[in-house]
Write a new protein. Structure first.
Length: 328
């Protein structure tokens, strides 16, 4: 039997000021807690500072990327429950104790809570959606609007003993892959009232700053994740209309983003959306929404690409494409 109730795993790279805040937010009075920090080869003094700290377990690796840092942290962890925390995010006081107590009292494998966005530039807070009762965890993770960031969740370690805690082969979208693989296990779960923590928003946000070929690869990885997940559900005869519609909430904007560089593939995804949910209506409003509904995806995207080329010739800077997902 483990002598540690909760292990918090924090991967970090060159974020020392924010890392200090993240570690300070990991407190517990009632459960036995360990905080594990894996430094992914930082060059800003992170490792030197970590070595001087007490009360945390620290490890260092050559710069291999966050997925490998998470894997190493999990391998070193001793807790019955696992909490994942990016080094720029932070928890609310009492979150660890409160969610651990719920997990223990109700014998569940996953506890979830609300996560708000925190703007670093002005300390502003954007309140996240109230998760409510997740009566279909898969539908929520596939794309329903009342989801939550993984930093607001407590996982039983056996979940990550059955599916990888991180997938380097989906490195640009490994958070989404993790959550969908966990969801496919249909874990027992319970919601924790109130705010669990803050998802930091800043200029160095990784998934919001993909560009060029990296951005295209991120989109292809997302498509691969959804193809794989929906295929599993089809094989299990578990792709309900609700789950299909939830997936469309992600696949539709993904079709638009891929159509910018790969029009045929974007068309194929849009057709897939209509096959999954024949009554799906594009969420865009105004002229763009009218065009999607009346002229169809292909013609609308061709018009958008013509406009982009015109803007380019005029020297106007195009808007950066983004999936604008509520959570990674």
């Amino acid at each position: 039997m483990s002598t540690i109730d909760v292990s918090v795993i924090i991967p970090t790279y060159n974020r020392l000021p924010l890392l200090k805040r993240a570690i300070a937010s990991c407190t517990a009075e009632h459960c036995r807690l360990e905080v594990i920090v894996v430094d992914d080869g930082s060059t800003d003094g992170t490792w030197e500072w970590l070595k001087s700290q007490s009360g945390i377990r620290v490890f260092r690796q050559h710069n291999q990327g966050q997925p490998w840092a998470l894997i190493r942290g999990f391998e070193k962890s001793l807790g019955t429950y696992i909490r994942l925390l990016d080094s720029d995010d932070f928890l609310c006081a009492g979150t660890i104790d409160r969610q651990w107590q719920l997990a223990k009292d109700h014998c569940v494998e996953l506890v979830y809570g609300r996560v708000d966005r925190y703007r670093e530039r002005d300390a502003g807070v954007l309140v996240g959606p109230d998760p409510g009762i997740w009566d279909d965890f898969l539908a929520v993770q596939l794309g329903e609007p009342n989801g939550s960031h993984f930093l607001g969740m407590l996982f039983h370690r056996r979940l990550f003993e059955q599916v990888p805690i991180s997938r380097p082969d989906f490195a640009l979208r490994e958070d989404r892959m993790r959550m969908l693989e966990v969801a496919l296990m249909q874990p027992s779960l319970i919601g924790s009232p109130g705010l669990a923590g803050y998802w930091s928003q800043h200029d160095e946000q990784m998934h919001d700053n993909y560009s060029g070929s990296q951005q295209v690869v991120a989109h292809w990885q997302m498509l691969g994740i959804y193809r794989r997940t929906l295929q599993v559900l089809i094989e299990r005869n578990e792709l309900t209309p609700r789950r299909a519609r939830a997936a469309c909430n992600v696949l539709w904007p993904l079709a638009h983003q891929l159509a910018i560089t790969h029009p045929a593939e974007g068309d194929a995804i849009a057709a897939w959306v209509q096959a999954l949910a024949s009554d799906f209506t594009p969420p865009q409003r105004g002229l763009l929404g009218w065009s999607y509904r009346r002229l169809g995806f292909r013609i609308t995207e061709r018009c958008l690409n013509l406009r982009r080329r015109l803007h380019s010739r005029l020297g106007l800077r195009p808007k950066t494409a983004s999936l604008n997902l509520p959570y990674p």
